[in-house]
Design a protein around this ligand. Structure first.
Ligand code: SAH
Ligand code: DHB
Ligand code: MG
Length: 228
């Protein structure tokens, strides 16, 4: 369910900012190509941008590109020598994202890797031996637990791991809901809240995307490191 007030407030907040041609034409291009309208909201995109800048992130990993909306929001926070890699299984989505990233002037920093993320992650990880400063998980929810494990493998102390869609209209809290996507998110949250090397905040949100939420996990120490 999406309440009218939630939409009105999100629209009001978006109206406070100057027009963002790259993001708006990117959404138009995605709609024309028939991509689903499931990217993060403008307010959430702005939040990820602020977060990336707060972290001074120079390396960002995204799992789930779609048309590149969230990738653009985050890549804009990078210094010119920074890198964002975003993983997308659907070649049609990846093609739209590449166009949008290039039109936003970010193709020097942001790369779309096509293929199921669990297949492409080993090579991507080996290209970033120092790991990533920020990781945004937003692909198939069934695999969120596997993405959590991969995130820890490419993390360093100080890495922020963000996951989208962790509330799903409250379904995550219904123990009778055994939809594999809901189960995947529930397992993800169990992992993220019980790892002794990570501090996690789960933040519910309402807005144009309905009632949902994002999870924020700050890696304090990685496995194998002496305890603090
Ligand atoms: N982060 C985007 C939205 C991503 S929607 C934004 O906010 O702008 C989820 C995307 O994950 C879809 O494009 C879908 O094709 C992709 N996806 C689904 N399963 C995947 C997998 N196994 N590996 C990589 N991408 C996957
Ligand atoms: C949906 C929304 C998302 O943010 C996502 O990553 C995947 C699916 C949805 O509304 O179906
Ligand atoms: Mg999402």
């Amino acid at each position: 369910m999406i309440h009218d007030e939630w939409v009105a407030v999100d629209n009001y907040l978006a109206s406070l900012y100057p027009d963002d041609t790259a993001l708006e034409t990117g959404l138009k291009r995605a709609a024309e190509a028939g991509l689903p309208d499931i990217q993060i909201s403008p307010a959430q995109g702005q939040f990820l941008h602020v977060l990336a800048r707060s972290l001074n992130a120079s390396s960002i990993l995204e799992i789930g590109t779609l048309g590149g909306y969230s990738a653009i929001c985050m890549a804009r926070a990078l210094p010119t020598a920074g890198r964002l890699v975003t993983l997308e299984s659907d070649p049609a989505h990846a093609a739209v994202a590449r166009d949008n990233i290039a039109a936003a002037g970010l193709d020097d920093r942001a790369t779309v890797v096509v293929g199921p993320a669990l297949d492409t992650l080993p090579a991507v990880a080996s290209q970033f031996p120092g790991g990533f400063d920020l990781i945004f998980i937003d692909a198939d929810k069934e695999a969120y637990p596997a993405y959590w494990d991969w995130s820890l493998r490419v993390a360093h102390p100080g890495t922020m791991i963000v996951a989208d869609n962790v509330i799903r209209d409250g379904r995550v809290a219904d123990p009778d809901d055994d939809d594999p996507q809901v189960v995947g998110v529930r397992q993800y949250l169990a992992l993220a809240t019980s790892d002794a090397g990570v501090v996690t905040a789960v933040v519910p949100t309402v807005g144009v995307k309905g009632y949902d939420g994002l999870s924020y996990s700050l890696v304090v120490r990685t496995h194998g490191e002496p305890g603090v």
